[in-house]
Design a protein around this ligand. Structure first.
Ligand code: AHM
Ligand code: MG
Length: 336
C-alpha cells in the first residue's frame, strides 16, 4: 500500500475527529513546507555558503549561526501571509512577531526553535526545527496580541512537532491524537507517513545526559545516574548505555523510536538556571512524548502543567520511558 501523504493524513484526521480545523491543517502544511526549504539549505552545507557563525548574538547571548538566522527568516516569511496566525515567537527573537497589518489574522500562535542543536551544524550532524502551536486566548480577539497571550501551560498546545535533518529528513507530528512520522520524499517533494502511531518501547536501558555537567545536578539526579552506572551488580541490576548527540531532536527521536530517557536537569546551584527553553523545546517535546505513552517532568513536576512566566524561560527536562521519568521524580520528592 502507498504511504499516506501528510496532506491526506490531515484531511482524513479532520474528517475523523471533527476537531482538527482547516486553519490548523494549513498552518501545519506551511510549517512543513518551510522545513522542506530549511532541509534544502542544510543539505547544501559548505557548497551553499550557509555554514559558520554570523558574529551576532541572539537574545539569550548565544552566538548565532548563519543557519539559525536563515531558518528563522524562512519560518517567519512562510507563515506570515496565510491568515491562520495571530503571532509568532522564536528562540532567535527577543519578543513576539505580530502578523503585519497588510495580512489577515487568524487565531493561532506559533512558537519555534528554528535550528535546534546548532553546535552540530558545522560538523554535518543532525539538527532539527521544533515547533509548538497554541490558540490565542478568546480575550485577545479584536486587539493586539501581547507576550502575555503566549503564557499558557504546555497542556493547551493544539499541535507540536519537529523536523529532523539527518540521514533522511523526517517530520514528527502530534495533533493531540497520537504521534506520526513522515519522511520527505525529495523526488516528489512530499511528506509521506513512514511510522505511527509511535509508542515508546518500555524498558530500554539507555540514558542521554551531558555527563560533563554533573556538578550542576541535584542529589536526586546524581542518585538516578549513579545507580544506573553501577550496572548489573547495582540496584537496577541492569547494564545501561549512554548516548548524547548535543542535539535534542536527535536524542528525543531516538527515544521515541527505541526507548530510554533524556535528561537536561536544571542547575541545582542556581534557581531558574537551566539549558533548555520551556516554550520552544520542553513543551513541544513533552507533548510528543506523552502522546507516545511516555512522561516528561522537570525533575519533580509534569512539564505540561508549568505556567510560563516569560517567553524565553528555561527549565530542567527529564523525558522518555514513563517508569524511568517517574523514578527521577520520586527521587526528587524523596530528597526534598
Ligand atoms: P540550541 O537550540 O541553541 O541548539 O540549544 C539546545 C541544544 C539541545 O539540542 C541539546 O540537547 C543541548 O542544547 C545540548 O547542550 P550541550 O551543549 O550541553 O551538550
Ligand atoms: Mg534549541
Amino acid at each position: 500500500m502507498k504511504p499516506l501523504t501528510l496532506t491526506r493524513f490531515m484531511i482524513e484526521e479532520q474528517r475523523r475527529s471533527g476537531v482538527l480545523r482547516p486553519e490548523l491543517r494549513l498552518l501545519i502544511e506551511t510549517v512543513a513546507r518551510a522545513c522542506k526549504t530549511i532541509s534544502h539549505s542544510i543539505g547544501k552545507g559548505a557548497l551553499g555558503e550557509v555554514l559558520g557563525s554570523l558574529g551576532s548574538e541572539n537574545v539569550q547571548g548565544e552566538v548565532q549561526k548563519k543557519l539559525d538566522v536563515i531558518a528563522n527568516e524562512l519560518l517567519l516569511e512562510a507563515n506570515e501571509w496565510g491568515g491562520h496566525l495571530a503571532a509568532m515567537a522564536s528562540e532567535e527573537m527577543e519578543t513576539i512577531h505580530r502578523i503585519p497589518n497588510r495580512y489577515p489574522k487568524g487565531e493561532y500562535l506559533l512558537l519555534f526553535d528554528p535550528i535546534d542543536g546548532s553546535s552540530n551544524i558545522d560538523v554535518g550532524l543532525s539538527v532539527g526545527t521544533i515547533f509548538s502551536v497554541l490558540r490565542a486566548p478568546a480575550s485577545a480577539s479584536g486587539r493586539e496580541i501581547t507576550e502575555e497571550d503566549f503564557m499558557q501551560p504546555g497542556a493547551t498546545q493544539v499541535a507540536s512537532g519537529y523536523a529532523i535533518y539527518g540521514p533522511q529528513t523526517l517530520l514528527v507530528l502530534t495533533l493531540g491524537t497520537g504521534v506520526y512520522e513522515f519522511t520527505l520524499d525529495r523526488e516528489v517533494g512530499a511528506w509521506k507517513m513512514t511510522d505511527g502511531p509511535l509508542k515508546i518501547p518500555a524498558g530500554n536501558c539507555e540514558f542521554a545526559i551531558n555527563m560533563a555537567r554533573h556538578k550542576q545536578w541535584s542529589p536526586a539526579i546524581t542518585r538516578y545516574i549513579d545507580e544506573r552506572m553501577e550496572g548489573e551488580t547495582g540496584p537496577c541490576a541492569k547494564d545501561y548505555n549512554m548516548r548524547w548527540t548535543g542535539s535534542m531532536v536527535a536524542d528525543v527521536h531516538r527515544i521515541l523510536k527505541r526507548g530510554g530517557v533524556f535528561l537536561y536537569p536544571a542547575d541545582h546551584r542556581t534557581p531558574g538556571k537551566a539549558r533548555l527553553r520551556l516554550m520552544y523545546e520542553a513543551n513541544p517535546m513533552a507533548l510528543l512524548i506523552e502522546q507516545a505513552g511516555g512522561a516528561a517532568n522537570n525533575g519533580l513536576d509534569r512539564i505540561l502543567d508549568i505556567l510560563p512566566t516569560g517567553l524565553h524561560e528555561r527549565v530542567g527536562v527529564v523525558l522518555g520511558d514513563k517508569a524511568e521519568v517517574e523514578t527521577v521524580a520520586a527521587y526528587g520528592h524523596e530528597a526534598m
